[in-house]
Design a protein around this ligand. Structure first.
Ligand SMILES: Nc1nc2c(ncn2[C@@H]2O[C@H](COP(=O)(O)OP(=O)(O)OP(=O)(O)O)[C@@H](O)[C@H]2O)c(=O)[nH]1
Ligand SMILES: [Mg+2]
Length: 303
């Protein structure tokens, strides 16, 4: 901490450490630079801040030009799922059930003619969901489907599985079969379809967009298919930041969380405590190499 730092500077430094995206970090750095003490003793600090700013800005700009966007203009987020299916299978209806957007679901066929994006909030984690126009239509978009992390294959009849597979030859994402419109079947038919899919060892869920059957289960299964874990962070004496968990690969170490939230040397961390599935007891002290589980909370003490 610089000598005689302005309280506003200290506040902006906090913002910097709490920032979770490079854009947020850059903004906070800008503020820190404008608020840094002007006296001679803080010369080194000012220079250091400026270098940090320049480096981050360069990195961001490079990332932007490399990322590129697909022809649809949809920018892929970290967790992206695509809904594919034949026309009238209920893709728009499902997008509405999972996200907050209103779509043009309709009585007539081939209603959706371009990819439609919605955002699903999964316990504070953002999941991007894209409805792809019907596979049989000229508007079907292979570009998005091939790169999506998870593909929801929406069907209303078992024979549609083979048809959909033809459109997924180059798709790298995990596939989850979603059987829709179960409200139109009686329970005996539902059980029969269920056991057929089970015996074929498919990863599947049977839902209805009309009566919301199994929509919560679908949300859970979808998230599992990304194969990621969520870890909350907190500061000593403060509440857990529940609204924005950090998304990591399974079995990630505490060190990776630290790298995402601190941009100072990790040796400044004095103590780490954890709560949740990977802890032996609440508030257990651990080291940087401790491996995390989904829904853990980590606390870092730096002073
Ligand atoms: N009974 C029943 N009808 C459904 C269900 N889900 C969707 N529908 C109906 O099926 C029709 C087609 O739904 P959409 O969501 O527009 O289907 P889509 O796959 O987006 O169709 P296109 O974009 O035109 O290819 C609409 O009339 C919906 O109300 C369901 O679970 N049960
Ligand atoms: Mg549609």
């Amino acid at each position: 901490m610089p000598i005689n730092a302005h309280p506003e500077y200290i506040a902006s430094e906090k913002e910097y450490f709490a920032a979770q995206t490079p854009e947020e970090k850059l903004k906070a750095l800008e503020k820190m630079i404008s608020l840094a003490p002007g006296h001679k003793g803080a010369e080194k600090l000012r220079a250091e801040l400026k270098t940090r700013y320049k480096k981050l800005k360069e990195k961001l700009e490079k990332g932007k030009s490399q990322r590129g966007t697909v022809k649809s203009g949809i920018k892929k987020e970290d967790l992206q799922a695509a809904i594919i299916g034949m026309t009238n299978s209920g893709k728009s209806s499902l997008l509405e059930r999972l996200t907050n957007i209103k779509t043009e679901s309709g009585e007539y066929e081939f209603k959706t003619r371009k990819p439609v994006v919605g955002m699903m909030d999964y316990h504070g984690t953002r999941v991007q969901i894209v409805e792809i126009p019907a596979v049989e239509s000229e508007y079907y978009d292979r570009g998005i489907v091939n790169n999506a992390d998870v593909i929801l294959m929406l069907i209303t009849d078992l024979n549609q599985i083979e048809i959909l597979k033809k459109y997924l030859e180059k798709a790298r994402g995990r596939k989850l079969i979603v059987f829709n419109k179960t409200d139109l079947l009686d329970e005996k038919e539902v059980r029969k379809i269920f056991s057929t899919m089970q015996s074929r060892k498919y990863d599947f869920v049977m839902i209805s967009c009309r009566n919301n059957r199994n929509i919560p289960e679908l949300r859970d299964r979808l998230f599992l298919n990304f194969g990621k874990i969520r870890v909350y962070t907190k500061e000593p004496g403060k509440d857990v930041k529940k609204e924005r968990p950090i998304i990591l690969e399974p079995d990630s170490m505490v060190e990776e969380v630290a790298r995402k939230i601190f941009h100072a040397p990790l040796k400044q961390i004095k103590e780490i405590k954890i709560w949740g599935p990977s802890s032996k007891f609440p508030g257990q002290k651990v080291g940087l190499k401790h491996r995390l589980k989904d829904l853990d909370t980590v606390e870092f003490r730096t002073r």
